[in-house]
Design a protein around this ligand. Sequence first.
Ligand SMILES: Nc1ncnc2c1ncn2[C@@H]1O[C@H](COP(=O)(O)OP(=O)(O)OP(=O)(O)O)[C@@H](O)[C@H]1O
Length: 338
Amino acid sequence: MTAPTSAPTNVGGKAGDSEPLLSLRGLRTHFVRGRETLPAVEGVSFDLAPGRALAIVGESGSGKTVTVRSLLRLLPRSARIVGGEAYFRGRDLLALSEREMRRVRGREIAMVFQNAMEAMNPTLTLERQLTEHLVWHGVCGRAEARERAIRALADVGIPEPERRIRTYPFQLSGGMRQRAMIAMAMLTEPALLIADEPTTAVDVTVQRQILDLLVKVKERGTGIILITHDLGVARYFCDDIVVMYAGRVVERAPTQDLLDDPRHPYSVGLLDSSVELGDRNRPLTPIPGSPPDLARLPEGCPFHPRCSMAERPACLSPQELLPIGEGRQVACWKVRER
Ligand SMILES: Nc1ncnc2c1ncn2[C@@H]1O[C@H](COP(=O)(O)OP(=O)(O)OP(=O)(O)O)[C@@H](O)[C@H]1O
């Protein structure tokens, strides 16, 4: 997001000491490619409380999408969840049967994507899709579903919802389609909303509208996980940030702490190369090198070959994510030693 640098941080945030809505512990998801195993997600843990928003940031290929798709168990055939637990309202999502999971997906946990066409059926009107979603999840009967669907479209700011509900997704503008997808996701009042780059494909004005909509969702008490490559978006309304690199969490911190004072050398690099947060008087500094091939990860800390602080042999040992202060954790021995 290029615009709202002056936007308030953590819009709609609440005191964050309530019981976690989601508690992810040691998630490991691997892909099998021929004879190779790709550890796309390797030991990811975080908690999310109701009414809070958590951003997952990191370069392309760092494992953000695979992490959230593992929670929903919506993975390609070649992927395997090989470890971890994901407690959501007292149940481990990773241990539910597929039948139980179908009830959770879309009803208690909803997902919005970068492109609404991925979530919506292009051959059905909004009315069919929204009402069937409600009826299928047993929220209400068909007669009430239409009323609810119209209300949901109005809630996300779609003008003339009675008329628009009769249209097909492709007849809407990109921004309207994103809103309709959010309306559909929120129909069942899910406790958790997962948003994967929801503003990447729309222009700046629409971005702001979609984010304001997500703020309202958060204020209703819904927990949000937002995947974004845009630290401006994370700053706008996320309470906490998880930084991922090569399938691992390298730092976790309250948003403002991380943006004011990133600790892990990779987080420092991400901020220094961020176009959205960039100080116009300072040149952007790209992180040297490129993300590693997951099939040939370096020994120890996967970031050490690109890290200006790296020291051998200490960085050749695996780095655990350990606390370094109130609500902060970092996976770097050197940062902790300072
Ligand atoms: N279907 C697949 N088969 C094999 N490897 C995959 C597959 N999908 C993802 N991966 C690998 O898993 C890793 C993590 O991918 P993921 O999509 O989670 O990254 P990401 O951080 O969300 O990136 P982006 O910002 O580009 O979406 C990548 O290295 C990717 O190559």
